[in-house]
Write a protein that binds this ligand. Sequence first.
Ligand SMILES: Cc1cc2nc3c(=O)[nH]c(=O)nc-3n(C[C@H](O)[C@H](O)[C@H](O)COP(=O)(O)O)c2cc1C
Length: 177
Amino acid sequence: MKILGVSGSLRAASFNTALLRAAQECAPDGVTIEIFGLHDLPLFNQDVEDQGDPVPVKAWKDAVRSADALLLACPEYNGGITGVLKNAIDWASRGSPSALQGKTACIVGASPGVTGTVRAQDALRQSLRKVSAEYWPLSEMLVGQAHTKIEGGVLTDEKTLAYLGRHLAAFVEHMRG
Ligand SMILES: Cc1cc2nc3c(=O)[nH]c(=O)nc-3n(C[C@H](O)[C@H](O)[C@H](O)COP(=O)(O)O)c2cc1C
């Protein structure tokens, strides 16, 4: 199973990207997680789209299409998802069928606050519903007080690592039916 890991943060020491790196280490057997960086995606502009998708947009849509499932690491900005992640969803939602059609997403998120991106994850689910992607509904993974668990972009907290491992294993079991 090939899972595409996507972080809604461009920050080098991002807590959310750190969750994806940790997920690569604790992925269940037979599962690979490839991380796709959103740094090169331009802001969505329908005039640009009308001229044909720019190369980074093509690469993003191809990566989504060729993945069996998505692992979305969702930071929270002002109670919602980051512009970076929403922009990526907006690009991928275009076309018929869109790259997101029928894709299932596992959602994780980390923030220094105690609520650990719960509001952003709800907002992300709303966007995914709207673009015909699905989310794995059984569980959400919220990592609060992330600054005490992730150091220099590395998830060091053993309990959170174990939590992530269980979350991924349950998702993969769900995907395998
Ligand atoms: C513009 C902005 C708004 C933010 N709003 C929230 C928020 O609503 N809730 C929250 O828990 N953290 C909020 N934060 C703090 C982020 O959770 C924190 O910067 C976190 O490190 C971002 O994720 P990252 O580490 O993956 O880059 C905000 C940060 C920024 C820059």
